[in-house]
Design a protein around this ligand. Structure first.
Ligand code: ADP
Length: 163
């Protein structure tokens, strides 16, 4: 592997909960960039299944093997958080064309208002159908999520839904 691009970069999201699709992006970003900050958005307006603390803990356990990955949380504007941490770039996964509209708009906005660049990585096709909300639906009705999320998250989902 040649030299890594200067970091840190940030992977922001709700991660309610983290899936294998997210993990694939984190792992690939950690290969390319010096360091990766995973930031859980604290958004009181959104009703989440897991608390911010629970989501951060699940992310920490799931990413423990990557030494250049840090897990944190933020509230308010992403560009303000980037500024406070001297983070110059965002890394996002794109699953399908349907993600593109929104992500392009966000990327352009963040560049315009904060000068923060966004790098897109194409999702692993194995996980291009995967979202946190789909995973929760499967778990809610007692289906197996073992192929969709890390082991610690599968356990947490079983506990949450009592199955
Ligand atoms: P949001 O709450 O903004 O929908 P998530 O927390 O689910 O976002 O995910 C954060 C980011 O992770 C998304 O903006 C997207 O870039 C990426 N992502 C989500 N699911 C996948 C997946 N299955 N494969 C690759 N990237 C993904």
């Amino acid at each position: 592997m040649s030299a890594k691009l200067g970091g840190p970069v940030i992977c922001p999201g709700s991660f309610d909960p983290v899936t294998l699709g997210h993990l694939d992006i984190f792992a690939r970003a950690s290969e390319q960039f010096e360091s990766v900050v995973i930031a859980v958005l604290q958004n009181p307006a959104k009703s989440n299944l897991f608390s911010v603390e629970e989501r951060m803990e699940m992310l920490k356990v799931a990413t423990a093997e990557w030494k250049n990955i840090e897990v944190t949380s933020f509230q308010g504007l992403l560009v303000d958080f980037c500024k406070s941490r001297k983070i110059n770039a965002i890394v996002k996964g794109l699953r399908a064309v349907s993600d593109f509209d929104y992500e392009l708009q966000m990327a352009q906005l963040n560049h315009q208002i904060g000068g923060v660049e966004t790098f897109f990585m194409s999702s692993n096709p194995t996980y291009s159908f995967l979202s946190s909300s789909m995973t929760k639906e499967v778990a809610r009705y007692g289906g197996s999520v073992d192929q969709l999320v890390p082991t610690n998250v599968a356990k947490a989902l079983k506990l949450k839904f009592g199955n």
